[in-house]
Write a protein that binds this ligand. Sequence first.
Ligand code: GDP
Ligand code: MG
Length: 661
Amino acid sequence: MNSDPQPIRNIGIVAHVDAGKTTITEQFLYLSGAIRSAGSVDKGTSQSDSLGVERERGISVRLSTPSFIWRGVRVNLIDTPGHVDFSAEVERSLRVLDGAVLVISAAEGVQAHTETIWEALRKAGIPTLVFVNKLDRIGASRSDVLGEIARDLTEEILPLQETTDLATADANLGLAWSAETYQASQEVELYKQIIESISGRDDTLLEKYFAGTPLTFAELDRSLANQTAACEIFPVLFGVAKKSVGLEYLLDGIVRYLPPPQGSDDKPLSGAVFKIDYDKKFGKVATVRLFDGVIANRDNVYNATKGIEEKANQIKKVYLQKYEEASCLRAGDIAAICGFTKAQVGDVLGVGDSVPKPMSLGAPLLTVRAAPKNEADYPALAAALQELTDEDPLLGLEWLREERELHLKIMGWIQIEILEAVLRDRFGVEATFENPAIIYKETPSRQGFGAERYWMPKPCWAVVTFLLEPGERGSGVVYESNVSVDKIAAKYQHEIERTIATALRQGIKGWEVTDLKITLVEGEDHPIHSRPGDFIIATPMAILNGLVETGTRFLEPILDFKITAPEELFGAIASDLTQRRATFDNPEFKRGKFEMLGKIPAATSLDYPIQLSSRTGGKGKILTSLSGYETCSPEQGVERPFRGISPLDRAKYILRARKAL
Ligand code: GDP
Ligand code: MG
């Protein structure tokens, strides 16, 4: 167990955008006394949305980790971004959570993104409280929203409060599950259901119940906490966040039902970097969740992802967007650490044994080129994008210094808009994003050889021949050498092996080459002329020559999808899908709706959520996740020009490569 005397909860508030996360966070900080007045997302004064762009747009795109104390428990709140395009950040924040509050608007109900988040929470096994917000909104209905939760998320829900005057400005809470009202309320329907539900899942309580032994509130509530921690039941709480209705009860629920972090100070170090910030005073600050072990000030900490050690110069607890000095970070806790200059979001610290595996909610599907509006801003833009890539490695900045080109990978259109705003507000750089394109890959069409004799202009000597063979879908790159170290010395063979991945970054259609086997079948070094680096220069030329020989086919990203929509629209939607080259299973019809699973190319479906929503008046939902890459015809793919100098442009390439070594 955690040896810190103060109990901790690491909690995330997750929801579809606009459900009320930021408002709830503000109210939590206010109610706990961490701030004197609750800011408002509508007035742009919220404390937890630290970025100008969030205030402007009223949505949270970056994580913030305020902490506060509630009934002696320190709650580290990880406010996750709400937008679908930022699911990578949701994913990263999920793995540092011990519990979550899923916010659902009583008026809008369960949205497609709510289902995506729910599935991710269940995959990650994170105990969850459901908070039904906005009881005051027109259209708010208790039975509708509970029905949707039961239908789309889980039937294992347990409402803990009565509600009154829904869909009016007087919307409020009635009787709630609590020790104070327990004795007097045994005959109330709400209590009967709660007691039955809890004891129905607990054999010890069930026996007592049938034996007629009175059950105490304490034993029922403890059992509810255990069942919640085991993800067997999901308590449902209600409120009007904007008016601070139901939030104290929600806070009580968090400390009562969501579990404390597991982990031990005495075990080997295991942690994860889940946020990177740049502070004017402290420079780069890494926010770390420690699962096991202790990091003390000035410790050298092993970053397993980067394979390096870095010193923890300063450890700071984040308390309301301000840093407070701490002497150490213990198992189960979260802190900001200065001194990890190479750290990126997602890095594993220490042995990493107890760091939960990252899950995949999304993968970048698009590539775009970033350009400064004003050419003089080019260095500032490059530096800003490098910084953003540290925070979100999925952005995968590709910086072609000689060509002065910047390429990024993104998840969707809205991310472009947000990036523009972030660059402007945080970095003072105006940038545009050009040529958004689906990220294709390529794979050899047939087998063939690729050779290169790099022995001019002297001094140099690297002779290689590779056999390239198509591999199975999803097999990636397999490399093997059949050449003995007598012909090519081991140190040069290592050079070749290391260069394969770089050489495959761009094939003859301009995309990453994958699903192939490469075998080094012939070659030689030269005892006098060969120098270190010669094989690094020769390998990409040989491989590109080989790809010209084999030809390549496009691989396109394919998404798994699940559609739910009113059954009378089945025909129209099925025909949409066919036109978009989708394949699908037989639909399942229930309660006036149909549900259907299938696969659809990313290229034909990026705009479909919007079309589906307008076709169905908002009643249709599509959930997608990357399924994998599959071949498509030459007409369905898009070639892109080689970025940088192609190894096929031999003379130029050699000159450039020599200069770079
Ligand atoms: P987030 O996108 O999930 O962070 O949601 P916000 O906290 O930014 O809230 C979105 C909008 O809903 C804002 O205009 C809030 O004022 C409003 N809002 C939040 N809670 C309530 C509520 O209980 N009732 C009503 N009517 N509006 C609310
Ligand atoms: Mg927000």
